[in-house]
Design a protein around this ligand. Structure first.
Ligand code: SAH
Length: 447
């Protein structure tokens, strides 16, 4: 945070004063407090003309007591370097996800606890909220809009600060400043790397830019682009190479057949295909008469468009169309739309996720969505020596973050199954070689 924890740090702001101090700074644990003194009288000084008739609420309001867009301004001043992720002496630490807890003393959220959870849970925080009565002397008045919120997660410090910077004003929804184009830029900058794939990004953008529909639309359009830094153009080319290499053994057809057979055997009626890509498996699943609902989800909008074209979604008979849904979403974030399915298939997807994302994915799928059956396939790295065109030590696809041996996949699967209360068994896909095993490995997890 670039501050001496032994000192008190003060910042003068147009609306009051911010102070930063450290109640605790030991080897194991450090607590930083940002204390905001908002001066409500100072706020209206010089603005009287606008409030002709002078209602009392410009002097008596909750602004000094709740966290609002004033907090973001103060954070920008007090924690600017930390938010940018730069560190002079300890860059590795700044780049590392560490266990962090944020306590928001009081937020005003008229939309209730649900909004608080919807904003923070998809970012991987566990959220606890304490709701306060409007007036403790009059319990019959019910609860007010005020909450104390605690967020806990393993994230980089810059992520936590940027999340708060954007989402606290979104909760509060009362902006103290004029909203112009500069706010769009600020939102995109602070939201870089997480907002584009947040399942509630629309709500966030609209509430961040209230009453500015045009600006909100612009921001959303830019986010849509960021969300697809065209993983697709490169991925498409790479996938083609991968398919060509696997073609002689007709591997992808065997994979689709094997996965479909498991879904059928599980007796599933409603199934998710996560990371559905261009919809090869969806096509097979549509042939399964026992399936009443088939959902394809992918983070790449482009792939979904291609899937929609290949499946001829717009010309599909109504009955068939009702069974199939394509949705844009990310496996990094908890998503209520994924809950309650009989089965989920994750075909050749996990090897595209780097380690921290894989950990998030595990919770999103096995803890939050929690389908009764999960089918995961991934390349068997041991088999790579059999592909003549693949140089030794290379992955099958440029975007793969890893390719696992059977032992590695089985260990990962056993750990995940154990942690989330699933059983797991393994099935080979493609012709099994006596030494190196099958080309594709498949884990079937059941609750
Ligand atoms: N299952 C398909 C596609 C596999 S390629 C098939 O077997 O043909 C991997 C797919 O995972 C790509 O379409 C990619 O866009 C998708 N993907 C990668 N990361 C993702 C994420 N975080 N959330 C959802 N999909 C993701």
């Amino acid at each position: 945070m670039h501050k001496n924890p032994a000192r008190l740090h003060s910042f003068e702001l147009s609306f009051g004063k911010a102070q930063v101090f450290y109640p605790e700074a030991s080897e194991d644990r450090c607590t930083a407090v940002l204390l905001l003194d908002v001066d409500p009288v100072g706020l209206v000084r010089g603005k009287r003309g606008q409030h002709e008739g002078g209602t009392l609420d410009q002097y008596v309001n909750d602004r000094p007591y709740v966290l609002s867009s004033f907090l973001s301004v103060a954070m920008g001043r007090a924690f600017g370097t930390a938010m940018s992720g730069r560190s002079k002496g300890r860059q590795e630490l700044a780049d590392q996800a560490i266990p962090l807890t944020a306590k928001l003393a009081v937020v005003a959220c008229r939309s209730g606890e649900r909004l608080i959870r919807e904003l923070f849970e998809p970012l991987g925080y566990s959220v606890s909220c304490q709701h306060f009565p409007l007036d403790e002397k009059f319990p019959e008045w019910g609860d007010g809009p005020y909450y104390s919120v605690t967020l806990a997660g393993t994230v980089r410090l810059r992520d936590l600060l940027n999340h708060l910077y954007v989402l606290v004003p979104v909760l509060d929804a009362e902006k103290h400043y004029w909203i112009g184009k500069a706010e769009v830029e600020k939102l995109l900058r602070k939201g870089e790397g997480w907002l584009a794939s947040h399942p509630h990004k629309e709500a966030i953008v609209k509430r961040y830019l209230p009453r500015q529909r045009q600006l909100a639309r612009e921001a959303l359009a830019q986010l849509a682009e960021e969300d697809n830094p065209d993983p697709d153009a490169a991925a498409e080319q790479n996938s083609e190479q991968e398919m060509k290499m696997e073609e002689p053994i007709r591997l992808w057809q065997q994979r689709m057949g094997a996965v479909t057979a498991v879904v059928r055997a599980a007796g599933a009626k409603r199934v998710l295909d996560l990371g559905c890509g261009e919809g090869k498996l969806l096509r097979e699943l549509l042939e399964e008469k026992g399936l009443t609902e088939i959902v394809g989800m992918d983070v790449s909008y482009r792939s979904l468009e291609i899937a929609s074209q290949r499946l001829k979604l717009d010309r599909m008979p109504a009955k068939q169309k009702e069974r199939l849904k394509l949705m844009h979403g990310s496996l990094m974030y908890r998503d209520k739309r994924l809950a309650g399915y009989d089965a989920a298939t994750v075909v050749e997807v996990i090897e595209h996720l780097d380690a921290p994302r894989l950990a998030a994915f595990e919770r999103v799928l096995f803890e939050a969505a929690r389908p009764k059956t999960v089918v995961v396939t991934t390349p068997n790295a041991e088999y790579n020596v059999k592909f003549e065109t693949l140089p030794a030590g290379k992955f099958r696809h440029k975007d793969h973050r890893f390719e696992w041996t059977r032992k590695q996949f089985e260990e990962w699967s056993a750990r995940v199954a154990g942690r989330f209360g699933y059983g797991v068994r393994f099935l080979p896909v493609g012709e099994e070689d006596a030494q190196v095993g099958p080309p594709t490995q498949m884990g079937v997890f059941t609750l």
